[in-house]
Design a protein around this ligand. Structure first.
Ligand code: IVH
Length: 679
């Protein structure tokens, strides 16, 4: 086979693996590999695509600059695109970066600005005449989300700049949650018997995207500004260092750890210091950012598709320590997945004390060849899930024991099986397994699901062991007098819990769907399903094909939902929830429009609409009595064409069918078919 074909094969294999793991992480919230291992896959793919540009595909994960934009906050188009950075991991790669730079600039840059790379999330702040007028997340780099109300609660973000403010300025920086704030928040969680937050970065991201700014305020976020994105009506400055001094003078937070150095040797010294002092700050860092200091040189160097040529991130290697692995035990999660984890002699690594570390699955445990009694290397990267890298073979003791997956679940005694083609073992006990049931109920009541305040681990455990509840529906019929019989509860806590439970009966359908723990149905999929079907009954009645026909629902998710809906236990649970007073349908959107306005009108919608998702557009047509079909024919009244409309546009034009842009579509929705005739 040719080298090119090999590269293409390997690239598609890597993409498939990354897609699988990204789905486990983002949708299932049940990763099988660590962030560091995921990064290794990404790095290999980037290297492969650089060496063989012909194997790059449009949907390659390397084309993705940031996270998807959610529809909960208003979209903001950035004045200048918010780029991300390329990484180097050692001095040789750093010198390679400078060599490329020298080639574009025709000279070695004089002076680099070195900064700590803060492990948080990027934010853009716009100041108009010195007043904070907009804060936006990065989103996909082009469009972010308007989170101004939340950003205003962050104390280090000035609401008004100090004297001589420029007419218009946009700055960028990193929002982070200080370690001290994170530890305090988790101490509170533990106190309440709630699950701890995973890491400061994710918690900061979640805090910025709260609906209620008071919640953001309570999270004590902070910020370091690292770039000017746009500047109008200000003195002209020659270097990045001068820019940072300028914004600091306006009252914006600029990290005092920033330093200008003359050359790469200076950069290396900065990196060494940053590595040695990585835990000395009240924030997490995952690298050092190196920028060409001279702004005209930055402009000459310019950008690649994804990142500036004039800046690079030196990633710090994850910190590693050795410790004794005293045992390997397993967890059973809410889906029944059995996950082995290493029990470790406590070790301080990556800024925290680690006492256990996931081994993901049996295959991983064996691949790493870790045995009970081994001295092992433990690593914790910027992410928080600590991992066992592998054993130290030279220190293996004679009695070290190979671990095997138990044949029976240690919690319920039912057989543990490995479904064909899967990496994860499963407990076959269903919800009869106390571990699985506990995790399920905890998830059901948790954030992003039914969000029942006060129903954390401790309470769930108590209610289960006292047989007050045995499934999620029981939560809604809890008797306050029974609770008062337990030492843990007083009048006030009972009344608070019952109020929270009552409120949870009225959650949107998407929350209920998330809470039910259907495989592959996380928040995004749940919202898609809820928007389309509007009731749990409609979802129970839908065929697999009908599910798969929904925009955003792939065949695998459709199969999973259909399987779930086909299980009589699940149908019984839904019935029980409804009897208990839980709302299982979303109200029809209030219609102020004439519901028969588009009677007899058949539309095809194609391309990307900027003002609404295709599902919403479709819903708007249906609400007016119109029809939406998938393909253009002579029966089509009009084609609505958004961005990148594809072949349907050509077909409509060939058939002489009216084509509407977004403005035309808006008129049609407002005025009815007469909007078509006037064209
Ligand atoms: S400069 C065009 N400086 O790292 C250059 N970024 O992948 C923009 N980050 O999205 C980035 N600390 O969120 C820069 N001192 C720093 C940074 C920093 C953290 C983040 C930033 C960016 C990501 C790069």
């Amino acid at each position: 086979m040719s080298a090119g074909a090999d590269a293409a094969n390997r690239a598609s294999e890597l993409r498939a693996q990354m897609q699988y793991h990204a789905h486990r992480y983002h949708v299932l919230d049940d990763p099988e590999i660590s962030d560091a291992e995921y990064d290794d896959l990404l790095r290999e793919l980037v290297a492969l695509e650089e060496a063989h540009p012909e194997v790059v595909t449009a949907d390659s994960p390397t084309r993705r600059v940031g996270g998807p934009v959610s529809d909960a906050f208003a979209p903001v188009t950035h004045r200048e695109r918010m780029f991300s950075l390329d990484n180097v991991v050692d001095e040789a790669e750093l010198r390679g970066w400078e060599d490329r730079l020298v080639r574009v600039l025709d000279r070695t840059p004089v002076g680099y600005a070195c900064e700590l790379k803060i492990d948080g999330l990027a934010m853009s702040l716009t100041y108009t005449d010195g007043v904070l007028t907009q804060a936006a997340t990065r989103g996909d780099g082009v469009t972010g989300e308007d989170v101004t109300a939340n950003a205003r609660t962050i104390e280090s973000v000035p609401l008004r700049l100090l004297r001589d403010a420029p007419a218009l300025m946009e700055v960028r920086g990193e929002i982070y949650m200080p370690r001290s704030a994170f530890d305090a928040l988790n101490a509170q969680q533990a106190e309440a018997g709630e699950r701890p937050y995973v890491n400061p970065r994710n918690t900061a991201a979640g805090s910025v995207r709260q609906k209620d700014p008071a919640v953001t305020a309570s999270r004590r976020l902070s910020m370091w500004v690292y770039q000017i994105g746009y500047l109008e009506g200000a003195p002209s400055l020659a270097t990045h260092t001068e820019q940072m001094a300028y914004v600091a003078g306006l009252g914006l937070p600029v990290n005092p750890a920033n330093r200008r150095v003359d050359d790469l040797d200076g950069v290396c010294a900065y990196v060494t210091e940053a590595l040695a002092g990585r835990h000395d700050h009240d924030y997490e860092i995952d690298g050092v950012v190196i920028k060409v200091d001279h702004l005209p040189a930055q402009r000459t160097a310019g950008f690649t598709a994804k990142s500036p040529r004039w800046a690079v991130a030196f990633k710090l290697p994850p910190e590693e320590k050795t410790t004794l692995l005293t045992d390997i035990a397993v967890n059973v999660g809410r889906t029944g997945a059995v996950t082995p984890y290493a029990v470790l002699e406590p070790v301080f690594v990556g800024g925290v004390t680690v006492t256990n570390a996931t081994l993901h699955n049996e295959r991983e445990a064996h691949r790493k060849d870790v045995r009970i009694g081994d001295t092992v290397v433990v690593r914790r990267a910027g992410d928080v899930i600590p991992e066992v890298v592998g054993p130290v073979p030279a220190r293996r003791r004679r009695g070290a024991k190979v671990w095997r997956m138990p044949e029976q679940c240690p919690f319920c005694g039912n057989p543990i099986i490995l479904p064909e083609g899967e990496a994860k073992h499963r407990c076959t006990g269903g919800y009869a397994c106390p571990s699985r049931l506990r995790e399920y109920l905890f998830h059901f009541a948790g954030r992003g699901a039914m969000d029942i305040e006060g129903l954390g681990y401790k309470t769930v455990d108590l209610l289960l062991s006292e047989r007050v509840i045995a499934d999620p529906a029981d939560i809604f019929t809890i008797d306050g007098d029974v609770l008062l019989g337990f030492e843990r509860f007083g009048e006030l806590s009972v009344s608070n819990l019952l109020t929270a439970i009552e409120a949870a009966k009225d959650r949107p359908l998407s929350r209920l769907l998330t809470a039910l723990g259907i495989r592959m149905v996380g928040g995004t999929v749940a919202r898609t399903l809820a928007r389309h079907f509007r009731s749990l009954d409609a979802i129970l009645d839908a065929t697999e094909d009908e599910l798969a026909a929904v925009d955003g629902i792939g065949p695998e998710i459709a199969r999973s939902v259909a399987e779930w809906a086909g299980d009589p236990d699940n149908r019984a649970l839904v019935a029980k929830l409804e009897v208990a007073g839980v709302r299982i349908a979303d109200p029809e959107p209030e219609e102020t429009v004439d519901s028969g306005l588009l009677a007899g009108v058949t539309l095809v919608i194609t391309g990307t609409l900027s003002s609404a998702s295709r599902d919403d557009a479709r819903a708007a047509v249906l609400a007016r009595g119109g029809k939406v079909t998938g393909s253009v024919s002579s029966k089509t009244s009009a084609l609505v064409a958004g961005e990148a409309p594809g072949s349907k546009l050509a077909k409509a034009e060939a058939l002489g069918i009216p084509v509407l842009d977004e403005a035309g579509f808006a008129r049609l929705l407002a005025e009815g078919p007469s909007a078509l005739e006037e064209r």
